[in-house]
Each structure stands twice: as C-alpha cells, then as structure tokens.
Write a protein that binds this ligand. Structure first.
Ligand SMILES: [Zn+2]
Ligand SMILES: [Zn+2]
Length: 167
C-alpha cells in the first residue's frame, strides 16, 4: 500500500512513486534544499496556543508576523439572465446571513472578518529577529476550522502538537 506523504520540496500531500519524484513539482525527494530540511507541514487553527519558538528556524522568537489567507467567492444571484424566483430567495437569504454573520463577528470581535464576498483568516505566528522580514505564505486554508496549513520548523511543529493536545 502506497501512503501519501508531504513532499519535502513543495509540501503538497502526494503519493511518491518508486522513482522518488514528486508528481506535483517533479523534484526528487533525495534532492531537498538545505532550507527545507528542517521543515514539516502542520495545520494551525486561529485559536491554537502557539509555542514561543520561531516557525522558520525553531530558535526563541520575540516577534510575530501575520500569515493570512483570503477566501473570496462570487455572490449568489450573479448568474445573469437565468435569475429566477429561487435565486432571488437565495440572494435575500444570503444577504440576511451575511448581515447576521457580520453582527456576530462585530460583537465577539473575532479575527476572521467577512468583507463583501471574502473571508480572511489571519494567524500571528512567532518569528525570531533573523526571520522577521520573511513572508510566510499558507500552503492551504480551511475556512470551517479557521486553520492554515504551513510549512514550519520541526521544533515548532513538535511544540505546537504538545500544546494543542493539552488545549
Ligand atoms: Zn513536490
Ligand atoms: Zn527564525
């Protein structure tokens, strides 16, 4: 049985065949750049407790950077001339839902904000002085759990796992 793994080059979850080459980025698993060797993939939710070490290199971190994902979609009802009774109802429901959601968000002061037709997930992650300027892009996002998939240093990953298991 062939198990999917996280590719050490592009961090996608893939099934690597006998030639050790990732089907997505076409790079070999045996040829991993130095900067990727200590990284591994984790899902971080916006409510998770995070360790005090740098996401990039694992040393003590005194700064934070925001990692963001913006999910946008086309509003219901923008389907042109076929707009019928059903779409109209959906459009109204969608408007009501969006308004309620915004109110809830305003009241609880959550970090995910609905603006027009997009949703932002922003998570502040610790970085050390040396990694302060690094731009950290999420590999994937899950809007239902407000989580981002990131490639992080293995020490950060290990400590994060410990913290969330006690949460
Ligand atoms: Zn790959
Ligand atoms: Zn660092």
């Amino acid at each position: 049985m062939i198990e999917p793994v996280d590719c050490p080059n592009c961090f996608a979850r893939v099934v690597i065949l006998s030639d050790d080459v990732c089907p997505r980025c076409r790079k070999s698993r045996r040829d991993v750049p130095e900067s990727n060797r200590n990284l591994q993939v984790v899902w971080i939710a916006d409510r998770d407790l995070l360790p005090g070490c740098c996401v990039r290199c694992g040393v003590a971190a005194h700064n934070k950077v925001s990692v963001e994902h913006i999910e946008s979609w086309t509003p219901i009802g923008d389907d042109g001339p076929s707009l019928g009774y059903r779409s109209l109802i959906l459009m109204i429901l969608d408007g009501v839902f969006r308004w309620c959601w915004q109110e809830v968000r305003r009241l609880v002061g959550g970090r995910a904000a609905v603006e027009k037709n997009s949703l932002t997930i922003a998570i502040k992650v610790p970085v050390c002085d040396a990694c302060r300027g690094a731009v950290i892009e999420p590999l994937a996002a899950d809007v239902r759990s407000n989580s981002l998939k990131l490639a992080v240093h293995r020490d950060f990953a290990m400590n994060h796992e410990k913290l969330i298991s006690h949460q």
